[in-house]
Design a protein around this ligand. Structure first.
Ligand code: SAM
Ligand code: SF4
Length: 320
């Protein structure tokens, strides 16, 4: 599906729940969130129908995210049913997770048809990890990473949100993980979203900091259309380093995605409050729902402009 600015929209991110087993400072409010009523959240059957319409319209890549997707009951069935769309043109089904439950799920996710996972870990230091997530144990994530490797959920990507004054002292440690392993370590710039916005502004650090701290990184050719990461590698390393810089070097001209929230809103742009509500469409109109979302995609975000309206939703309700 081509949007109003000639971009081929072939990637759907589905946030399957706004709930999470962590409360990362930049993503969730400190006091947690109220659990929504059952009827306010899309049921799995509806998510599958939207995914089916999307694939028939030309979506080739779907990512399940959250909140924490592995806390959604029925996640394995959802993966299995969406994975069956590979017969209709789906090429890749990925999942972004904080990794805490992966040790229990990795093998079954692979069997259910999941192609690959991205695992988020902002610090490898147990105390700092607990501080940023407000409750997590880093060893659980490390076990999850091992389980993902054993299950061959490749290519494996590790997501780190770069937080000035908090984890910038670990940049080299994270980059060094790519020396002997074929993984992609990706640094993501902190984005101002929802209640955590003020916190974000205070700790924002542009991704160029990575290149200053590790000058030996060599630039690699981009993976082409839709790739949001600028890629680098250490000399002779097996893995890669990706820099995702939505603020300091926006990639809106390559944007190939739309997002579905757990409560059934299609978000044409992560950094805008414009949403299309599934409730305004009948079940046989999901194609139109998706096409209206794509038509509403703006040319670019305007975070740095005077017209910018801060995004109300927190990231746990959107999925990254
Ligand atoms: N719970 C899963 C996880 O943490 O990977 C999936 C959902 S989480 C919202 C998806 C990604 O968004 C994570 O890598 C997380 O670090 C990132 N994220 C959340 N809030 C962010 C923010 N304000 N700025 C940049 N990245 C953010
Ligand atoms: Fe949960 Fe992921 Fe948000 Fe952290 S970033 S609170 S793990 S949804």
């Amino acid at each position: 599906m081509i949007d109003g600015y000639g971009r081929d929209i072939n990637y759907l991110r589905i946030s399957v729940t706004d709930l999470c087993n962590l409360k990362c400072t930049y993503c969730m409010p400190e006091n947690g969130i109220d659990k929504k009523e059952h009827r306010e959240i899309l049921n799995l059957e509806t998510i599958e129908k939207v995914a089916e319409s999307a694939v028939k319209l030309g979506i080739t890549k779907i990512r399940l995210t959250g909140g924490e997707p592995l806390v959604r009951r029925g996640i394995l069935d959802l993966v299995r049913n969406i994975s069956a769309l590979k017969e209709h043109g789906l090429k890749e089904l990925g999942l972004t997770t904080n990794g805490l439950l992966l040790k229990n799920y990795a093998e079954d996710l692979k069997k259910a048809g999941l192609t690959r996972v991205n695992i988020s870990i902002d610090s490898m230091d147990p105390d700092k990890y607990r501080q940023i997530t407000r409750c997590g144990k880093v060893d659980d994530v490390l076990e999850g990473i091992r389980a993902a490797k054993e299950a061959k959920l490749f290519p494996l990507k590790i997501n780190i949100v770069l937080i000035g004054g908090f984890n910038d002292d670990e940049i080299e440690d994270f980059v060094n993980l790519t020396r002997d392993e074929d993984i992609e370590v990706r640094f993501i710039e902190l984005m101002p979203l929802g209640e955590a916005s003020e916190w974000d502004t205070e700790h924002f650090l542009a991704n160029d900091e990575i290149l200053k701290r590790v000058p030996t990184l060599i630039s690699m050719p981009s993976k082409g259309h839709g790739s949001v990461a600028r890629l680098y590698k250490l000399p002779n390393s097996k893995g890669k380093v990706g820099l995702i810089s939505p603020l300091s070097s926006h990639f809106c001209h390559y944007c190939n995605r739309i997002r579905l929230t757990p409560d059934g809103k299609l978000k044409p742009c992560l950094h805008s409050n414009v949403e299309i509500d599934i409730k305004d469409y009948a079940e046989n109109e999901f194609d139109k729902f998706l096409m209206d979302g794509i038509k509403a995609k703006p040319m670019r975000h305007c975070i740095q402009s005077n017209d910018y309206e801060p995004v109300i939703r927190n990231m746990h309700e959107i999925g990254g």
